[in-house]
Design a protein. Structure first.
Length: 266
């Protein structure tokens, strides 16, 4: 009887340790480009903090990003997703968790480990670049009565005055109505526009050619692609506060400049 109890206790401890190892860690973001005034704050109503270039943000709780007039904020997440927040916008990241990873050499073309991100575009415009993701991962941006799931997509999304606009340049998006099982797909390249009334009534608007999207949006996507390749994440051996560290990639030619010392980033 005593031996049986020992076996059960040992099995319980082993199971507990196994579950603990599978827990997700908070993901991080690395600010790669910044123009104008942008702030970040937590949903605990703490005071907004002005962002700085090359700052790292740890998602230990829900986080709000705000940009002002003529301001932009671009950052890359440790799951190799890049996000650009355009002027007069608010993006709330309700959750971003990611499993630890080891990657050498580090790739910018795929996700280094499983992750889960749940965001809400409260208003404004964002540019997104999601790389190839793990089958166990999820990346969702939510709106009234509809949510978008992303799979290796380059797109720009605008939500203002109850009108949702999506310009998909590459990849595909799965759009799901929240209250039912009804859904539809957007595939590259296309433009989609709807409104809150249609979303409430679960009406799927017609999908249009990409050339009907705002012409300037393509410039943001081109910059996002460039910015994405400048940043990579180095996994950390100790994970007390974070699973990785964001860094800027510097071209080899930078170190070959005559009579110059690489004291700053390009």
């Amino acid at each position: 009887m005593f031996q049986t109890k020992c076996i059960l206790i040992c099995a319980f401890i082993l199971l507990t340790q196994t579950v603990a190892k599978g827990d997700d860690f908070s993901g991080i973001a690395y600010i790669s480009s910044l123009e104008g005034h942008a702030t970040v704050k937590h949903l605990d109503h703490s005071e907004g903090k002005k962002t700085k270039l090359h700052d790292s943000i740890l998602f230990e709780q829900a986080t709000i990003f705000d940009t002002a007039y003529e301001s932009t904020l671009f950052f890359k997440l440790s799951n190799n997703t890049s996000i650009g927040i355009l002027e007069n916008s608010r993006l709330t990241i309700k959750e971003f968790s990611q499993e630890p990873f080891e990657s050498n050499p580090i790739s910018n073309q795929s996700e280094p480990s499983s992750s889960n991100l749940w965001g809400i575009l409260n208003y404004g415009s964002i540019a997104l670049k999601t790389t190839k993701q793990s089958p166990l991962s999820s990346f969702i941006i939510e709106f009234p009565n509809i949510k978008l799931e992303f799979y290796s997509a380059d797109c720009l999304i605008s939500y203002d005055y109850d009108i949702l606009k999506i310009a998909l340049y590459k990849g595909n998006i799965h759009a799901k109505f929240i209250n039912t099982a009804k859904s539809f797909y957007l595939r590259d390249s296309c433009y989609y526009e709807t409104n809150v009334i249609s979303m409430d009534l679960e009406i799927v608007e017609s999908i249009k050619p990409l050339d009907q999207a705002n012409a300037k949006w393509s410039e943001y996507i081109e910059f996002l692609n460039y910015d994405h390749n400048r940043v990579y994440f180095k996994p950390l051996s100790t994970m007390d506060t974070s699973i990785a560290k964001g860094m800027i990639l510097i071209p080899d030619t930078y170190f070959k400049k005559p009579f110059e010392s690489p004291k700053t980033f390009d």
